[in-house]
Write a protein that binds this ligand. Structure first.
Ligand code: ADP
Length: 212
């Protein structure tokens, strides 16, 4: 492990993205990684859903879009993310889940970070085969009694992920930022893989106990 004297020098910031298809477990893993690094987890889907549930102006604007399974316009989503990342608790880092979701949002995030003299430290890619994603989502739909989440709708959402979101990984891969993780296994196994892969890049958690 890093000697105590270098403990803080090992990583001065923790700016992460977690990217993976629906059903990859990225929400759960993202919470653990964010807690360990002591940074806020920012999940755009959660923020939108909370606004819809709370009946806010934003919620009213996005409700129909979300219920249709479409993407909220980039300008609105990027503004929401910029506002959130400008808050004090995100000064030294953040873990973004569900954003950026397409090329336009990658450009928006680049502009925001560059303007602040900041940069991403890693993009965690959770790899789960299509069949595994579908079976996990179908299982979850049954458990939660979501009869609207049919196999057909699930397949469609995955198709959108593959068409719009997966290509952004190539952009980040060219920048050498992608940490590819096999997402098949138990929750704990996948968590361990993520921390090992980050540590191999010199990204050690500040609060490792938080992930336990
Ligand atoms: P899932 O990953 O299960 O599709 P999320 O919780 O990430 O769902 O997002 C739920 C919904 O919120 C999306 O279907 C979309 O309508 C909206 N949303 C979330 N993030 C974004 C984003 N980055 N850009 C546009 N719309 C988004």
């Amino acid at each position: 492990m890093t000697p105590p004297a270098n403990g803080d020098a090992a990583i001065s910031s923790a700016r992460f993205l977690i990217v993976g298809p629906q059903g990859s477990g990225k929400g759960t893993q993202g919470v653990l990684v964010a807690a360990a690094f002591g940074v806020p987890q920012v999940a755009t889907g959660d923020i939108f859903r909370a606004n819809v549930a709370g009946g806010t102006e934003l919620g009213k604007r996005v409700q129909v879009i979300i219920e249709a399974g479409d993407l909220v316009p980039d300008a609105l989503t990027s503004e929401l993310v910029r506002d959130r990342l400008a808050q004090a608790d995100a000064a030294e880092g953040f873990l973004l889940d569900g954003y950026p979701r397409n090329r336009g949002q990658v450009d928006d995030l680049d502009a925001f970070l560059t303007g602040r003299g900041e940069a991403l430290d890693a993009v965690i890619e959770l790899e789960v085969p299509r069949d595994e994603s579908i079976s996990r989502l179908t299982q979850r739909a049954v458990e939660q009694g979501r009869t609207d989440d049919t196999e057909e709708v699930i397949a469609n959402r995955l198709a959108i992920y593959e068409r719009e979101t997966a290509p952004i990984l190539d952009v980040y891969r060219e920048r050498g930022l992608v940490v590819r993780i096999d997402g098949v296994g138990t929750l704990a196994e996948v968590t361990e893989r993520i921390f090992e892969a980050l540590a191999a890049r010199g990204l050690a958690p500040r609060h490792p106990g938080a992930a336990a």
